[in-house]
Design a protein around this ligand. Structure first.
Ligand SMILES: NC(=O)c1ccc[n+]([C@@H]2O[C@H](COP(=O)([O-])OP(=O)(O)OC[C@H]3O[C@@H](n4cnc5c(N)ncnc54)[C@H](OP(=O)(O)O)[C@@H]3O)[C@@H](O)[C@H]2O)c1
Length: 228
């Protein structure tokens, strides 16, 4: 049985991933910033016969990442899904606070978590490191606007692509997955075309199919390769 750790697990795509992995029988470590207010996740944990364990994690806070690592100890993690993200506080603006927060949550956080839990991945059977990225991280298809978000996902892509090369010797496979345009709070009011549940089904298939040949490849939830 796989152990799957998911960040940003209290709503949106993260919550749908928790629900589906738990239904498949996986042991899910569901991380979120504020477990006390994570009502939907707590309901899911209650009905999952102890397969879902909720743990606190703020991906922008190194002390929080350290605490998670200490709490996990040497426990093997088969699949580590860096899902938590923000759309960018500054939207189309160019200013320091919004850029710094967006880069920290979307790009630096996943890299720090990967580094902190590298040994846990190494000890597992599947050894899969996943980042939920975005087509907005594609430089060749970049439109205007959303500068901080685009830059953060491009940085995430580049960093994770590097890990797919440098950690291949440990047998670690890296999934770099664009979830599509998904009906969640992040894009509320926009014409997103798939539900979080449909997206999670696709992501779980892509993660199951990861091989050395697809490690570090930028692809979407259907397995269509995206342009860098
Ligand atoms: N929806 C889309 O169309 C779309 C498209 C492309 C990529 N994505 C990516 O998909 C991922 C999930 O997004 P979503 O659509 O499910 O968005 P969402 O519904 O807004 O959920 C975002 C999740 O990230 C968490 N989060 C934000 N900052 C965090 C932090 N510092 N530490 C820990 N958790 C934090 C949120 O927790 P709180 O509740 O505590 O804020 C929430 O659980 C993101 O990486 C996003 O960039 C989404």
């Amino acid at each position: 049985m796989s152990t799957v750790l998911i960040t940003g697990a209290n709503r949106g795509i993260g919550l749908a991933l928790v629900r589906q992995y738990a239904a498949e029988g996986a042991e899910v470590i569901a991380c979120c910033r504020d477990p006390a207010t994570a009502d939907a996740l707590k309901e899911l944990a209650k009905s999952s016969s102890d397969r879902v364990r909720i743990m606190p994690l703020d991906v922008a806070d190194e002390a929080s990442i350290d605490s998670l690592k200490r709490a996990l100890g040497d426990r093997p993690i088969d699949i580590l899904i860096n899902n938590a993200g923000v759309s960018g506080l500054s939207a189309d603006l160019i200013e320091t606070v919004g850029w710094t927060t967006t880069l920290r949550v979307n790009a630096l956080g996943p890299m720090l978590i990967a580094q902190a839990l590298r040994d846990n991945l190494r000890r597992s059977n599947e050894k899969k490191l996943v980042a939920i990225t975005s087509i907005m991280g594609s430089t060749s298809s970049a439109g205007g606007g959303k500068y901080a978000y685009r830059a953060s996902k491009a940085a995430l892509n580049n960093g994770m692509r590097g890990l797919s090369r440098d950690w291949a010797g440990d047998g670690i496979l890296v999934g770099l997955l664009n979830p599509g345009w998904v009906q969640t709070d992040m894009v509320a009011g926009q014409a997103a075309y798939i539900s979080a549940e449909e997206c999670a089904r696709g992501l779980i298939c892509r993660i199951a199919e990861l091989t050395p040949a697809t490690s570090g490849v930028f692809q979407d939830y259907r397995g269509v390769v995206s342009r860098w």
